[in-house]
Design a protein around this ligand. Structure first.
Ligand code: MN
Length: 190
């Protein structure tokens, strides 16, 4: 199977002024594309060659001999999920069942946002902040390092924010907290 860069669900400039077209040109057009290209090269002629992406992530996880395959497969998956966690019309509290679950777990949407922001800003180095459902269907805010991804741990991701420096440095330099606030207040889509 040859993987392709998925179509971005909005125009490159659609998330401005919170994420610039310049950032998306590099982040989506270069970083995400490179993970796709590397993955296609690495799986050639291996047992992973004909697997769906999620299976590659799960079956290469935790195996040092497949670290390169895991890192690139998980980054392909994580980035696609991240683009779909945002919308130019985003930044609103979810409705319905998810709203109820958030209120029950965190007390309020504001408290959830604080916990998510803490996870995103305390992830030391590169990684991701997530809202997930665990195996019991309970919501959790978690952070993962580098390419690590909740789908390797049997969690069901609901939203994610990329906190690698390449996600925000052109627009926010070292101000990761401002980027995460912009994500939560203006972009996040459930
Ligand atoms: Mn990224």
């Amino acid at each position: 199977m040859t993987f392709k860069l998925p179509v971005l669900p909005y125009e490159m400039n659609a998330l401005e002024p919170y994420i610039s077209a310049k950032t998306l040109e590099f982040h989506y057009g270069k970083h995400h594309q490179t993970y796709v290209d590397n993955l296609n090269k690495l799986i050639q002629g291996t047992e992973f060659a004909n697997m769906p992406l999620e299976d590659i992530v799960k079956k290469s996880y935790g195996k040092p001999e497949y670290a390169g395959i895991f890192n690139n497969a998980a980054q392909v998956w994580n980035h696609t999920f991240f683009w779909n966690s945002m919308s130019p019309q985003g930044g609103h509290e979810p409705q319905g069942e998810l709203k109820d679950k958030i209120n029950k777990k965190f007390g309020s949407y504001e408290k959830f946002k604080e916990e998510f922001k803490t996870a995103a800003t305390t992830q030391f180095g590169s990684g991701w902040a997530w809202l997930v459902e665990d195996e019991k269907g309970e919501l959790q805010v978690i952070k993962t390092s580098n390419a690590d991804t909740p789908i390797a741990h049997n969690f069901k991701p609901i939203i994610t924010c990329d906190v690698w420096e390449h996600a925000y440095y052109l627009d926010y330099q070292n101000r990761r907290a401002d980027f995460v606030s912009a994500f939560l207040d203006h972009l996040v889509k459930y």
